[in-house]
Design a protein around this ligand. Structure first.
Ligand SMILES: NC(=O)c1ccc[n+]([C@@H]2O[C@H](COP(=O)([O-])OP(=O)(O)OC[C@H]3O[C@@H](n4cnc5c(N)ncnc54)[C@H](OP(=O)(O)O)[C@@H]3O)[C@@H](O)[C@H]2O)c1
Length: 361
């Protein structure tokens, strides 16, 4: 099969012919139709992000494809089914605290390296091998739409967080970092889950206005200044009532005071989910006032990725027309042009924008 291979950190992806994957029990082989390219992929491949990824490797965290072969234990999946390939692989030998990897992207810790070495290659290839449980049917689609369906990867991350804090219909939510790739998807998901109002924060006023244009008046654009007290006042004003939840998706370049501006705006009983990268570059850590947390029954939790069932639930939201994949702008590249795709993704990061590789073309 043809694949884009990262032979060493700091080298361009090489388009090579590799042996086809070999099927085992408990596994599925998928013909990859479309694979999303993250805006920070270049930072992963240069080594700057220090991801636990062992080259040589075919990178690429998941995507959309068609089942090529099923193991003998698959009960529902059939050859030809259109599927979402979930890169979140959990070790099968610990049901409560499984070691995890993002296939073709990063091992969460050194303990999960055996999993990374076995399910080594990702989706920047014509075929990939996955555990059966990581392959979810999406129903019949037109092959031309496979790139657009890669939006599932962006939507699932905030969906995982919003399920974790149990966002309810009619509630008000702050999405911190709403002009980013995952933050903008978070606004879309929150609206689909019935949020009455989404206060969308960001520094880029034009990107915020664009979110309002796409999603309507339930989105309130809160342009951030970096002055914590002013920013919090603005968030509270725009919420127009109690703020029930915060979904934080600020990147590692942001600082803890930008997180505080949103977190301290929640009402008594408020729930906050932290999903971003703040603190990963060092700097001041997030310091929350103990008495405020205690007196106000505040829940703060972290979330990495999403539970397995979230994938099927998200597919249902799309199929029901509650999430509109048409809101995403998609730019596609052939597998041969993988390095151009990586450069394009970096230069075009922003709300509801997807860069996609099409190994099927
Ligand atoms: N928990 C998980 O499972 C999970 C999964 C995937 C990704 N993530 C993390 O999610 C985070 C967001 O990823 P992304 O791809 O959406 O990032 P992104 O597209 O770069 O968006 C970042 C957002 O933060 C704002 N921002 C950028 N630099 C900033 C700075 N220096 N100070 C304050 N705000 C800044 C941006 O908008 P403005 O310029 O308008 O302010 C934008 O709203 C990353 O840290 C990523 O690692 C987490």
């Amino acid at each position: 099969m043809k694949a884009a291979v990262l032979n060493a950190f700091g080298t361009p992806l090489a388009i090579e012919t590799l042996p086809d994957p070999v099927l085992g029990t408990g596994e599925i082989i998928v013909d990859v139709a479309a694979a999303g390219v993250a805006n920070y992929a270049g930072g992963v491949f240069s080594g700057a992000r220090n991801y636990l990824l062992e080259p040589p490797v075919v990178p690429g965290p998941g995507g959309i494809g068609r089942v090529r072969a099923t193991g003998p234990d698959a009960t529902k999946l059939a050859v030809g089914d259109w599927v979402f390939c979930d890169p979140t692989i959990r070790a099968r030998d610990d049901a409560i605290n499984p070691d995890m990897i993002l296939q073709g992207w990063t091992a969460v810790s050194a303990a999960s390296l055996p999993l990374h070495r076995f399910y080594h290659h990702g989706s920047f290839a014509e075929q990939m091998l996955l555990p059966t449980e990581n392959v979810t049917p999406i129903g019949q689609i037109d092959a031309a739409d496979a790139g657009r369906w890669c939006a599932l990867s962006s939507l699932l991350v905030p969906f995982g967080g919003l399920l974790a804090i149990d966002l309810r219909a009619g509630e008000t939510l702050v999405v911190n970092g709403a002009t980013g790739g995952f933050g903008s998807a978070g606004a879309a998901v929150a609206l689909a889950m019935g949020a009455a109002r989404v206060v969308a924060t960001g520094r880029n006023g034009r990107a915020l206005d664009d979110l309002v244009r796409r999603f309507g008046a339930r989105v309130q654009p809160a342009q951030m200044t970096g002055v914590e007290a002013d920013d919090r006042r603005r968030i509270i004003e725009l919420a127009g009532g109690p703020i029930d939840c915060v979904l934080d998706l600020l990147p590692r370049e942001a600082n803890a005071s930008q997180v505080l501006a949103a977190v301290l705006a929640v009402c008594p009983g408020g729930r906050v989910v932290l999903m971003g990268g703040v603190g990963r570059q060092g700097g001041t850590d997030l310091a929350l006032p103990y008495p405020w947390l205690m007196r106000n029954d505040i829940t703060i939790r972290g979330k990495w990725m999403y539970a397995r069932e979230a994938v099927t639930r998200m597919v249902r939201l799309v199929r029901a027309g509650i999430i509109d994949l048409g809101k995403f702008d998609v730019t596609e590249f052939a597998l041969d042009d993988a390095n151009e795709a990586v450069a394009h993704a970096a230069a075009n990061a922003g709300p509801l924008r997807l860069t996609v590789l099409r190994p099927d073309r």
